[in-house]
Design a binder for this molecule. Structure first.
Ligand SMILES: N[C@@H](CCC(=O)N[C@@H](CS)C(=O)NCC(=O)O)C(=O)O
Length: 257
């Protein structure tokens, strides 16, 4: 079975339906810990931390099952790792773990022929500062747009309501953020021009592929849901390359506003 088909089958099972959902989720959590045939990632499609974990499987060419959890499903993640969080990795060896970068490290060390990622470069204070400074503007642009997009994790109204309630606690009413889009978009476009000059190579932010690329592409892929964004050419090349080699589609075809 190829990865796409396996993903949708497992996704459909994990998404469950209606009233039986919580029961099905509990059963799933308690019976699969040692029974998965290949590595499985519990994720949301929109989630930047989840993109990180998908990247390492794509880069190493390791088959993985993707399980798109409903956003309001608390039972499944809590049953697996004791808290409501994704991404979660579950493996045939019986490993069940949260934390995106720990998952990336585990997969890089334990799957495939060799480790492919260099450590994050502590001297990249420019990059760290860029990530910190641009975060608020990005949040205001992507939360309302993720919410308005029919990702698998938002198939249920309850999931969309859950997300909106949670994220409005951090950015305020989505309607206000949408109304201020032109302002945020202009700000973001300026940040992207700055970022372009920080790429040391066409296909890596440092001299070689590293954890800094895992972090960066995780963030940039989510921005492709924003209509009207102006990608500087070198940054565009970078995200298109990462999307291809990691086998993670960009979201531009879903961008509506
Ligand atoms: N430090 C964690 C952060 C993961 C995280 O914040 N995940 C979000 C999804 S983007 C989450 O599960 N939030 C809880 C929720 O959606 O209710 C990691 O790197 O994996």
């Amino acid at each position: 079975m190829n990865k796409t088909i396996a993903s949708s089958v497992v996704g459909a099972v994990a998404a469950g339906a209606g009233l039986g959902y919580a029961v099905a989720a509990k059963r799933l959590a308690s019976t699969t810990a040692t029974k998965v045939a290949k590595p499985r990632l519990y994720i949301y499609d929109h989630c930047p931390f989840c993109v990180r974990t998908r990247m390492i499987f794509g880069l190493k060419g390791i088959p993985v099952d993707l399980v798109f959890l409903a956003n309001h499903d608390e039972d499944t993640p809590i049953g697996l790792v004791g808290k409501k969080v994704v991404p979660i990795l579950e493996t045939p060896e019986g490993v069940v773990m949260p934390e995106s970068m720990d998952i990336v490290k585990y997969v890089d060390a334990n799957y495939g022929e060799k480790v492919i990622l260099a450590e994050s470069d502590p001297s990249r204070t420019d990059l760290k500062a860029w990530i910190k400074d641009s975060a608020d503007c990005m949040r205001n642009l992507y939360h309302p747009r993720f919410h308005a997009t029919l990702f698998a994790e938002f198939a249920f109204q309850a999931s969309r309501d859950y997300y909106k309630t949670k994220k409005e606690k951090t950015i305020g009413p989505f309607e206000d953020a949408i109304a201020k889009s032109p302002e945020y978009l202009a700000e973001l476009n300026t940040y992207l021009v700055q970022l372009e000059s920080m790429l040391k190579k066409p296909h890596s932010v440092n001299e070689t592929l590293s954890y800094d690329d895992i972090d960066l592409f995780g963030r940039l892929r989510g921005l492709t849901i924003i209509k009207g964004i102006e990608w500087p050419p070198k940054l565009q090349e970078y995200i298109m390359y990462m999307s291809t080699v990691c086998d993670i589609p960009l979201l531009d075809t879903l961008a509506r506003f």
